[in-house]
Design a protein around this ligand. Sequence first.
Ligand code: G3P
Length: 228
Amino acid sequence: MLLFLDTANIEEIKEIATWGVLDGVTTNPSLVGKEGKEFKRLVKDICKIVSGPVSAEVVSTDTEAMIKEGRDIATWAENVVIKCPLTAPGLAATKALHRDGIKVNVTLCFSVNQAILAARAGATFVSPFVGRLDDINEDGMALVEQIVEVFHIHGLTTKVLAASIRTPLHVTRAALAGADIATIPYKVFKQLVSHPLTDKGLAAFLSDWDKASQSFAGSSAQTSNPRS
Ligand code: G3P
């Protein structure tokens, strides 16, 4: 499963990019709005930091305007992906942009039938929103599992991009569900690497090393101690 960061914050992207595990970035109008920066400049800056797919969402709502906007955004960087909402105009725009050879991430997906439509429209990615279904007492991850199964049965090549991820367990479950990608908020991404037993074990290793290194300090056989 590929790991995308769900943010438009440059500093968050730069930090996680240093880990060597960042495969892409997704943004949306709310995330972009939080940054208070000019959209085109921000997207181009993000696309310079991350070589993988960077999703930038259209804000038009009618087909022709979405197509026009998507074709413009597609010129901003080689790795930009156009996000269109899962609406009838959004599907029509996806079809047209796909025909242009432009990659589309169809977003705001909340049902298997919507995902099938996105795939048939030529979407490169479809984004089922897990957390927002959980919020209304539905099983968001079950939707991911069902989409993965249907796409496998019918040989649909659209990538399932699990979105609206709220917890580390969502990431685990998305991987178990067979999602191609999980797009993860910065706070959750940081939680993925942390475990109290890792911290405790490392502290114990280094403490034992430091005690032992005192005993062989000064011996002729001593090699340099990286911790001295
Ligand atoms: O990319 C979609 C994601 O940002 C939505 O997440 O937490 O606002 O449902 P959330």
